[in-house]
Structures are given as structure tokens and as C-alpha cells.
Design a protein around this ligand. Structure first.
Ligand code: FES
Length: 136
């Protein structure tokens, strides 16, 4: 699976102010260079996942950015109802026990054109977790 260069800007942190979970597609120079990822902000941290349900490898949402369950406590796959906790672990649904692939992101400060300090979310790469399968 293609990943953009370390430090690639995904979005400003403020992009998650109204919807704490959103998906983003990042593209490279070549047609095959594309990744669909999810950012989920809770408290002061942001977690990232490849937007691909382990059940049938579909994106989680069918409506734009409708990624969380009603209680806003878990990511929800709209295809067959799988739910994932903050670690990406599926705790209910047809792929229970499986997990989303996690990505490593960081919040970095930058100065915008107006001279204001803003916080951006950048991609650091793949998050290595025990038990994860290779991205391919
Ligand atoms: S594709 Fe996600 S639960 Fe079936």
C-alpha cells in the first residue's frame, strides 16, 4: 500500500472541529498512488486508520464523513455494522476480533500566511503494532 512521504500535510487540526472523524484521500504523482484514511479526534489526540474495513475491504462510510456510531464512541462501518474502538480493534460485527490498519500522525505547529500559529495534522507513516499485517 502506497504511503505519502513522512510529514505530508493531511489537514489543519481545525478540520476536525465540527466532525471529529473524517476521511481524506491523499494522492501521489502516479495514478496508483492513493490512500484513503480516517482521522478521529478525541480529547487532545488524533488517531489515523486506513479507511478499509477488514470484513470486505470497503471504505467504512457510505455517506461522506458519517464514520461514528450514534454515541460517537466507535468507528462504524455502514456496510454491515462493524464497530471499531480507538485502537482500531473490531469489537462487534462480522469482522469482530480483526482490526483496522493504523497510521501514525502528528500534530505540528506552523505559521500561516497571516503570521498566525496554526496546528496541522501530518502523516508520519505506518504505525507498527504487534499483530498487524504488513500493508502490502
Ligand atoms: S464491509 Fe464493513 S462490516 Fe462488512
Amino acid at each position: 500500500m502506497w504511503l505519502p512521504a513522512r510529514g505530508t500535510l493531511i489537514c489543519p487540526l481545525s478540520a476536525l472541529d465540527e466532525k471529529p472523524a473524517r476521511s481524506f484521500i491523499l494522492r501521489g504523482d502516479q495514478e496508483t498512488q492513493e490512500i484513503d484514511l480516517i482521522l478521529w479526534r478525541a480529547d487532545d489526540s488524533v488517531l489515523a486508520y486506513v479507511n478499509q474495513c477488514p470484513h470486505l475491504h470497503l471504505p467504512l462510510e457510505t455517506m461522506p464523513d458519517r464514520l461514528l456510531n450514534r454515541a460517537q464512541t466507535a468507528l462504524l462501518c455502514s456496510a454491515h455494522g462493524a464497530q471499531f474502538d480507538r485502537t482500531g480493534h473490531c469489537f462487534v460485527g462480522p469482522c469482530a476480533g480483526d482490526r483496522l490498519k493504523r497510521l501514525d500522525v502528528a500534530i505540528v505547529e506552523a505559521t500561516n500566511a497571516a503570521g498566525h500559529v496554526v496546528k496541522n495534522i501530518v502523516l508520519n507513516g505506518r504505525l507498527e503494532l504487534a499483530g498487524d499485517e504488513p500493508l502490502g
